[in-house]
Write a protein that binds this ligand. Structure first.
Ligand SMILES: Nc1ncnc2c1ncn2[C@@H]1O[C@H](COP(=O)(O)OP(=O)(O)OP(=O)(O)O)[C@@H](O)[C@H]1O
Ligand SMILES: [Mg+2]
Length: 228
């Protein structure tokens, strides 16, 4: 099975000197197509830092990141268009309420397709299909403020999937939801991994949410603990 994501000896230190915080101390992680991976660990263990590095938003201090067979970071950004890679291969889902407030649900989903240069009619078709898949099409013309937290989160997932990413990263996607809606979001992430062969990494605090995941990584003080 081809690795979608390969992380080798990844390190991230915030700040320097006496104030330096070693947030990641040498992470190794491989995620294959269709893998559903949970990332657990106490507050401050480095989960968000790891997702931000993997999503090419935060520059690691050392180590290597390869995505879809291409080396993107090897002790420095490689000579590739990181912005395009991010747009075309990675989808992000963060805690609820990160939709663009002055765009409707539909327009939020169309936005990444627009940025990718997808033709308008095709973008609208894809966005409609995704909103249907997420069972939220009846809210297509609503602004985020007029939707519930769970509805907004489903739109955010539709947006994350718009560009058919190889890798979906979710940082506590159920954090702002009640447990029933949270469970529903987790079920959706599972079906995305299964049906679209997308690699999914999901950070959560809630162990009850990770039933049926393929693997579980536990972070502690910037290191991955052996799975138990
Ligand atoms: N921008 C920053 N500048 C300095 N230190 C930071 C920064 N962001 C995070 N840290 C530190 O890095 C460590 C890891 O933080 P991170 O946010 O990755 O943890 P986390 O596992 O996501 O925690 P939580 O479960 O609370 O979200 C913590 O010690 C944190 O204080
Ligand atoms: Mg975090």
């Amino acid at each position: 099975m081809a690795a979608v994501l390969k992380v080798e000896n990844l390190k991230k230190t915030y700040g320097s000197g006496r104030l330096a915080v070693e947030a990641l101390k040498g992470i190794d992680l491989t995620v294959n197509a269709g893998d559903l991976v949970a990332l657990l660990g106490p507050s401050g263990s480095g989960k968000t830092t790891l997702l931000l590095c993997v999503s090419l938003i935060l520059e690691p201090t050392a180590g290597k990141i390869s995505l879809d067979g291409e080396t993107l970071f090897d002790h420095g950004w490689q000579n590739v268009d990181i912005r395009q890679v991010r747009l075309q291969k990675i989808g992000f889902i963060f805690q609820a309420r990160n939709l663009i407030p002055f765009l409707t649900a539909m327009e939020n989903v169309i936005l990444p397709l627009d940025l990718m240069g997808v033709e308008r009619a095709e973008a609208v078709r894809r966005a409609r299909e995704l909103l249907e898949y997420m069972e939220i099409s009846e809210r297509a013309d609503y602004l985020p403020a007029l939707m519930s937290g769970g509805e907004q989160q489903r739109v955010a997932i539709a947006r994350a999937l718009a560009g058919s990413p190889k890798l979906v990263l979710a940082d506590e996607p159920t954090g702002a939801l009640d447990s029933v809606r949270g469970m529903k979001v987790m079920e959706l992430l599972k079906s995305i991994a299964r049906e679209k062969q997308t690699a999914v990494i999901c950070v959560t605090h809630d162990e009850r949410m990770i039933e049926g995941f393929d693997s579980i990584f536990r972070l502690k003080d910037g290191q991955i603990m052996l799975d138990t």
